[in-house]
Design a protein around this ligand. Structure first.
Ligand code: 13P
Length: 233
């Protein structure tokens, strides 16, 4: 089981350090892989605060070129240099607000893996796509550009469940995860309003290999509770 906390645009370096020190003292279960994904500027603070622990630090994206004139972007080698262990790629907010496409996502994934970073690549349908019966076609398109890699994990995040308090039912998650796994044999995390109250039943689904948590990962107690729910699932 892998539980990853995507902080999005929350927590600068000082707050990240305080959070990570509390997380290392939170008594997280040993047999659950735990990852935090701070904003770029807080990566180093998180890496330092979590040094000597098993908790991994991931970025939230990285560029597909090694270096160049790409204002505002960060390379995989730079992430490596500050001690990041991996990165998210193609979160739906990157697709929605920053022009991420299936092709740019695939390029970022390839480069990050080649640099030796672990990757959590995000996929998922919008509400309109689900209501139009297009969920499977969308997942086939988004997953179809990716290739198997031992260090690649996919996060299924139905866009309509992100930050809305609406969660996919365990059966919906199971069905989408089965589709993804039929395309690519990699671990699949569920994301979208995962909370301590619903984590256990989602994680109990056989095709759910962990969770990518947004809002509930910003609080040490709720994030630790989700990590503990992963043990019993
Ligand atoms: P919430 O858990 O806040 O719905 O966010 C999910 C998400 O986008 C994680 O990447």
């Amino acid at each position: 089981m892998l539980i990853a906390g995507n902080w999005k645009m929350y927590k600068g370096p000082a707050e990240a350090a305080v959070f990570c020190r509390a997380l290392r003292d939170a008594g997280l279960p040993e047999d659950v892989d735990v990852v935090v994904c701070p904003p770029y500027v807080s990566l180093e603070a998180a890496v330092q605060a979590l040094a000597g622990t098993e908790i991994g630090v991931f970025a939230q994206s990285c560029h597909w070129e090694a270096e160049g004139a790409f204002t505002g972007e960060v390379s995989a080698a730079m992430l490596h240099e500050v001690g990041a262990y991996g990165t998210l790629v193609a979160h739906s907010e990157r697709r929605q607000w920053f022009g991420e496409t299936d092709e740019s996502a695939a390029a970022r994934v390839r480069t990050a893996l080649a640099e030796g970073l672990d990757v959590i690549a995000c996929v998922g349908e919008t509400l309109a796509e689900r209501e139009a019966g297009e969920t499977e076609a969308v997942l086939r398109r988004q997953v179809g550009v990716l290739e198997h890699d031992d260090n690649l994990v996919i996060a299924y995040e139905p866009v309509w469940a992100i930050g809305t308090g609406k969660t996919a039912t365990p059966a919906m998650a199971q069905e989408a995860h089965e589709t993804i796994k039929s395309l690519l044999d990699v671990p699949v995390l569920y994301g979208g309003s995962v909370k301590p109250e619903n984590a256990a039943e989602l994680l109990a689904q056989p095709a759910v290999d962990g969770a990518l948590v947004g809002g509930a990962s910003l609080d040490v107690d709720s994030f630790a509770a989700i990590c503990r729910a992963a043990v019993t699932s």
